[in-house]
Design a protein around this ligand. Structure first.
Ligand code: MLT
Length: 433
């Protein structure tokens, strides 16, 4: 008899983005006359062509593969040395940060890494996540058995949710060591903490002082910080760290996840990487410190033959002078979209966050609507797909996210349609907050 991983049975609902796609498909089937008008600003999927440098690098790699003399078979599980070197130099050492080439591990994207990193940790680590949160962190931990039952109203038992709300600027506060739960019991310090900045979904960025406090907290409690920097290229705030390794001490407690999806437009190409410093430790039950770097290396060499050769070459090309310029232009394009969306929403009187250092604009739903209701309203009446905040956690209720990944024409059309909806008789009855 084959046994199932029963942790999967705890998952409370389908993954957020397929649920959105299901609702959009149902609406399109119901209203085929307007289906072509639907503009998708839900999932953060890029729309513009790949940077030319990446296209050329893939063509060249294909030519090499077509020639017996330059053909490549299996590559190193954690990536070719030249690619790891370009990343370590380009993203870290050129900014004064101490990261060695062999501390870079390439993968098919940071979504997978955020979950598969759990394979080298023991069972039963106490997880802390922000609320709202990118749902992958939570679902992956539920699948690995690091959570209890789903709770009525959202979330899972056994996970520490770090409430992010208007009062703290949607930024996670370091928990107090004396925190107690509703029954008065002391809440144990988390062992693993996921932080994402620039943040998905709220678009906010974590300042240096707050991240410094998080690093101190992790070191004090011998916890691990998982720093998701997938949107780092969008960060324009000089005070907001672009890498966790800007903070002294982070090399002892932090693992950083990066992605080329949003910087190089690689959502379909698939490439990202993890930075795992050799000084990061976790502990045996007997309290013996164990370096995680060799375990992660071992894991890659056993579980994978790495990222495809052509894709690695494309990723490497992003670090050339022309590659940097092309990535910069792509990011600038989406950031201009974000500005148009943010200012458009603000002109309608909607309270907004994000959009200045991230490709996401986080808005408060008009009074009288929960976030799924407003999602449905925007879909049906404006033919605009957004992401309801409730899909990111309890504290996301009452908000929605607009993605800036779209064509300029579509973004301008979204602002026009939201304005029409706002001015329409039905929405006039609603007081924007
Ligand atoms: C999002 O829309 O939150 C992201 O596109 C999801 C992802 O990067 O996996």
């Amino acid at each position: 008899m084959a046994f199932v991983n029963e942790h999967y049975l705890k998952l409370s609902a389908g993954y957020l983005f397929p649920e959105i796609a299901r609702r959009v498909a149902a609406f399109a089937a119901e209203r085929p006359d307007v289906a072509r008008e639907i503009i998708r600003c839900g999932i953060g999927d890029v729309t513009e062509a790949l940077p030319q440098c990446a296209v050329q690098a893939m063509h060249q790699a294909t030519d090499e593969l077509a020639d017996r003399a330059t053909f490549k078979g299996y590559g190193p599980g954690s990536g070719y040395d030249s690619v790891r070197g370009a990343i370590a130099q380009g993203d870290f050492r050129s900014r004064g940060l101490d990261v060695a080439d062999d501390e870079i591990f390439l993968s098919d994207g940071s979504k997978g890494d955020c979950g598969s990193i759990l394979e080298i940790l023991g069972a039963g680590n106490r997880l802390a996540v922000t609320d709202p949160v990118y749902p992958v962190y939570v679902d992956a931990n539920v699948m690995f058995g690091n959570a209890g039952a789903a709770m009525a109203g959202g979330g899972y038992e056994g996970i520490t949710y770090l409430a992010c709300h208007e009062a703290n600027g949607f930024l996670a506060d370091v928990p107090s060591d004396d925190a107690t739960d509703a029954s008065g019991a002391r809440v144990p310090a988390p062992d693993v903490i996921y932080l994402c900045s620039p943040n998905n979904p709220t678009g906010t960025v974590m300042d240096r002082a707050r991240l410094t406090a998080w690093v101190a907290y992790a070191r004090k409690h011998r916890a691990l910080l998982f720093w998701d920097a997938a949107y780092e290229a969008y960060n324009r705030d000089a005070d907001a760290p672009r890498s966790v390794y800007e903070i002294p001490g982070a090399r002892d407690c932090a693992i950083e996840f990066r992605s080329f999806s949003k910087s190089g437009g690689f959502t379909g190409v698939r490439c990202g990487y993890t930075v795992l410093p050799k000084s990061v430790m976790a502990y045996t039950r007997a309290g013996v410190a164990v370096a995680l770097h060799p375990l992660w290396m071992r894991r890659w060499n056993t579980r994978s033959n790495g990222v495809s050769y052509a894709v690695q070459r494309a990723a490497e090309s992003l670090y050339s002078a022309e590659g940097r310029a092309q990535v910069g232009a792509l990011v600038d394009f989406y950031m201009e979209n974000a500005r148009i969306l943010r200012e458009g929403a603000m002109q309608l009187g909607w309270k907004t966050w994000g959009g200045e250092n991230a490709p996401y604009v986080w808005c408060k739903t008009p009074a009288g609507y929960d976030s799924w209701q407003f999602f449905d309203r925007l879909l049906r009446e404006a033919r605009v797909v957004t992401t309801p905040g409730a899909g990111f956690g309890r504290c996301g209720e009452g908000y929605f996210r607009i993605s800036a990944f779209n064509s300029r024409a579509n973004v301008e059309e979204v602002v026009r349609r939201l304005g029409n909806l706002q001015r329409s008789e039905q929405l006039q009855a609603l007081e924007p907050v």
